[in-house]
Design a protein around this ligand. Structure first.
Ligand code: SGN
Ligand code: CA
Length: 515
């Protein structure tokens, strides 16, 4: 009998595991990762913005989950994208800056891991990794930053085609086109990389003037004096000094010779010219100077930025509609995220890079019908190293050992009465210096309440913020009375994070950092 019962339990185990494996295979969802560029969370309806029209991003959030503390490891484009693909910090995946570094495609990649596990993979739109997509069955990507109007796309194997039209529309067209013709017998993973809302914020023709009736409120830190913050005082990213009247705000453009505008066709030029000639005339007639001029620039910047976001959101809507109509919605996970956050005038800035909230945090919403409860909010410290492990987890694939992040899928599904162990400190390290925008390299950590950062490369200074008392980060309390124990504790934690993530270069800098 012993033998029979052993054989019987063995058989049960086999049947259970086969059923599980099949059950899982049958349920494996499709995953679409909509990945925009420089889209600030504070510019999205679901994140509390009352002016922005982002009904489709808001819809994903409403029907799924919204992350309020999704941080990035290094707040610029290429590095964030390299982290999405590798689940690793920049110092380990090799992509620290947006320079001409070739992305090392021989390392373990999210795309290739999914492909090996039976997924069809595709990247359509902006990629910005100075290499061709690796681990993708299909691609049609923008070379480098790509163009808003009549952009070139690089298809397979490496052929460049120029298309007429607006970039967000073309990307959606290519994405739905691929969905139409893909092999139906496999689940898919599709990255839809958008160029919007990157500088120079060129809206689609139909969105020009969409926010002309609005006066955007000046952020309370717009006239920041950067007191006690050496690196913040030393940047080159203010609306006042850095933002260009012609190239960024389209004042006085020559549509026949200026690089970005001469690529428009005659119809596009006509519509652009009619709109921006009025803008140019307005500012010339007013003859503004000082505060009046910088505030005018701020209004113009946000009008263009938000109008550009309209096309992004509308195209997300088109994709959601396609999923509904084709019956794919039910079994397709939809994620919307940006590669990093962005300044919409806070501290007087545009661009990103700093460890401060607006650029450290990025929007992230996710919908998984039947699995994630509509209206879920997650405030835990998620980092973009967790994106790859989470996508793999959703696909039923184990996280490869060299990925540094952790799946936050349990946080999305959880009955939050149950405590799920999660990180209490998140690590950050930014490198690109001095150009563009002259932001000193720095590392630091963020806890739910505090932030500690060290700027090196000449700025050589510490900053400490109590986000509860000072959410706008204008009061650097490093070295002030009463913060000694807190500082020592945070420095210990910072060092532990550097060890955990194997950031040897940072450990060396920390060892010789100023007190
Ligand atoms: C360009 C922009 C910068 C921007 C970087 C990186 N200048 O160089 O303002 O910071 O891209 O952006 S521009 O004159 O070309 O618009 S990122 O999103 O790719 O990291
Ligand atoms: Ca970006």
């Amino acid at each position: 009998t012993k033998l029979i019962s052993k054989a019987f339990s063995g058989l049960v185990a086999l049947v259970v595991s086969v059923t599980l494996a099949f059950g899982q295979a049958a349920q494996r969802p499709n995953i679409i990762f909509i990945f925009s560029d420089d889209h600030a969370y504070q510019g999205i309806g679901a994140y509390g913005n009352k002016i922005a029209k982002t009904p489709n991003i808001d819809r994903i959030a409403r029907e799924g989950a919204l992350l309020t503390n999704n941080l990035v490891t290094n707040s610029i484009c290429g590095p964030s994208r390299a982290t999405l693909l590798t689940g690793k910090y920049s110092h380990l995946n090799g992509y620290k800056r947006n320079d001409r570094t070739k992305f090392d495609t021989s390392q373990t990649l999210l795309s290739e891991t999914l492909r090996k596990n039976g997924y069809q993979t595709a990247w359509i739109g902006k990629m910005h990794l100075n290499s061709l997509p690796a681990g993708f069955d299909y691609w049609n990507v923008l070379p480098d930053q790509g163009h808003y109007y009549n952009p070139e796309f690089v298809g397979q194997p490496n052929d460049t085609t120029k298309y007429t039209g607006y970039v967000s529309d073309l990307i959606t067209q290519f994405a739905t086109g691929w969905l139409e013709k893909r092999e139906n017998d496999k689940p898919f993973f599709l990255i839809v990389g958008h160029k919007a809302t990157h500088r120079e914020w060129m809206p689609a023709l139909e969105d020009l003037g969409a926010y002309d009736d609005v006066t955007f409120p000046l952020p309370s830190t717009f006239y920041d004096d950067y007191k006690g913050r050496k690196a913040a005082a030393d940047q080159d990213m203010t609306i006042d000094k850095t933002m260009r009247m012609k190239l960024d705000l389209k004042v006085g453009v020559d549509y026949e010779t200026d690089f970005l505008y001469k690529r428009l066709n005659s119809e596009q030029k006509k519509v652009f010219k009619a709109y921006y000639d009025k803008v140019s005339k307005e500012v010339t007639d007013k003859n503004l100077t000082g505060k009046a001029l910088v505030e005018w620039k701020f209004q113009r910047y946000l009008r263009d930025y938000f109008a550009t976001a309209n096309s992004l959101d509308r195209n997300i809507g088109k994709l959601l509609d396609y999923l509904d109509k084709s019956g794919l919605s039910k079994n397709t996970v939809v994620i919307y995220a940006s590669d990093q956050g962005f300044y919409l005038g806070e501290h007087g800035w545009f661009d990103k890079r700093f460890i401060y909230e607006e650029s450290l945090k990025t929007p992230f919403v996710i919908r998984y019908p039947g699995v994630i409860k509509p209206g879920t909010k997650v405030s835990d410290l998620v980092v973009n190293i967790d994106w790859a492990p989470t996508v793999l987890n959703i696909a039923g694939v184990k996280t490869p050992s060299d990925m540094q992040g952790k799946s936050f899928f349990p946080l999305l599904k959880a009955n939050r009465a149950a405590q799920i162990p999660w990180r209490k400190e998140a690590y950050y390290h930014y490198y690109e210096f001095p150009q563009p925008h002259h932001v000193h390299p720095h590392f630091g950590l963020r806890t739910s309440r505090y932030k500690l950062a060290y700027f090196y490369g000449g700025a050589d200074s510490w900053e400490l913020y109590d986000l509860q008392k000072d959410p706008k980060e204008v009061s650097n309390i490093y070295g002030t009375k009463g913060t000694e124990t807190l500082t020592t504790d945070l420095k210990t934690k910072l060092k532990a994070l550097m060890n955990e993530y194997k950031d040897d270069e940072a450990l060396q800098i920390l060892a010789t950092a100023k007190p």
